[in-house]
Design a protein around this ligand. Structure first.
Ligand SMILES: Nc1nc2c(c(=O)[nH]1)N[C@H]1C(S)=C(S)[C@@H](COP(=O)(O)O)O[C@H]1N2
Ligand SMILES: [Mo]
Length: 315
């Protein structure tokens, strides 16, 4: 609910606005006292804030200039109302209307498999695990539309390091929450191999661009965008960026994934953005830019070739 009830600062009278630097200083102060976890819970009452969700204290996060393509952002309205989240609906503008009953607090994510320290992390644990920063990424759906989104989070590699992967861990498997009673889309697609699963090679999962995202547009993640925590892999088609994660498992073999199981020809495991490789049913050479209606050329690796092309160079 936090994502819906937190008012953007520009809607609040000056007297109610807590400047970002005060948020940050308070957190550092409490962290220095060794009170970080208590501090997160106490902070709102200390400053007389009305927010009740502990995660709200982490936003907005400072934008990391190293991850800012200096493109015009797709509007928050569009990003939060034009969604692919088939557990709710296959109709993009219906997803945000159906997420009300979806409970995202409390939340925990199990990270285990081929590692030394399998751990269940609460959302609070995840939020404190590494500094949350804002990154602006291009996001390209396999359906040939794209947007530019300010996510908040930190590299997935920071989380994986905590569980100490074993040498035999060659892949990472991601599993999304599955609650048919809160997610009306699951029953409508009863022949799909739910829950939604995805996977990355270990080197892809450890790449600094691969983001564990907990926020969007300077707020906790909206439910329709994959609250409370999702993956964002900006050089791959959007379906690789699994939402509402509950399990992250280190495995030795390439894992089965939902879309690959449904149609392996149309949704191969790697699914990097490759403009010269058409989808069996349409071209991937260009994309519709959400919000402008412009058709723009699709870039190799969605514009991240300099960062990731080496991952796929023939050895
Ligand atoms: N669990 C889950 N994750 C998912 C999907 C989904 O249907 N279920 N859709 C994927 C697709 S196809 C895209 S394009 C993006 C959309 O993310 P957005 O709604 O935040 O733009 O989420 C991806 N992650
Ligand atoms: Mo997508």
């Amino acid at each position: 609910m936090a994502s819906i009830h937190i008012h953007p600062p520009w809607l609040l009278p000056e007297s109610q606005v807590t400047p970002e630097n005060i948020h940050r200083n308070r957190r550092h102060f409490l962290r220095d006292l060794g009170l970080a976890s208590a501090g997160v819970a106490m902070a709102p009452s200390l400053l007389g804030q009305t927010s009740t969700n502990a995660s709200a204290a982490f936003y907005p996060a400072r934008r990391n200039p190293a991850f800012d393509p200096k493109l015009k952002l797709t509007s928050e309205k569009l990003v939060t109302t034009y969604n692919n989240y088939y557990e709710f609906s296959t109709t993009k503008d219906r997803v945000h209307k159906l997420v009300g009953p979806f409970r995202v607090d409390p939340w925990s994510v199990w990270v285990g498999g081929l590692c030394e320290k399998p751990t269940t992390f609460s959302l609070e644990d995840l939020l404190k695990l590494a500094p949350i920063e804002e990154r602006v990424y291009r996001f390209r759906c396999v359906e040939a539309w794209s947007m530019v989104v300010p996510w908040s989070g930190y590299p997935l590699s920071k989380l994986l390091a905590k569980v100490v992967p074993k040498a035999e861990a060659n892949f990472v498997k991601f599993t999304t929450v599955m609650r048919p009673e809160e997610m009306p889309g699951i029953a409508r697609l009863s022949d799909y191999p739910w829950p939604y699963t995805e996977g990355l090679r270990m080197d892809e999962a450890m790449h600094p661009l691969t983001l564990l995202a907990t926020g969007l547009y300077g707020k906790p993640m909206a439910k329709q965008n994959g609250a409370p925590v999702r993956l964002v892999v900006p050089w791959k088609y959007g379906f690789k960026s699994a939402k509402s994660l509950v399990k992250i498992e280190l495995v030795s073999e390439q894992p089965a994934t939902l879309w690959n199981a449904v149609n392996p020809t149309e949704y191969p495991f790697l699914s990097n953005v490759e403009p010269n490789v058409p989808h069996p049913r349409w071209s991937q050479a260009s994309e519709r830019e959400l919000g402008t209606g412009n058709r723009i050329p699709t870039l190799p690796y969605n514009g991240y070739a300099a960062e990731v092309a080496a991952l796929y160079a023939r050895k």
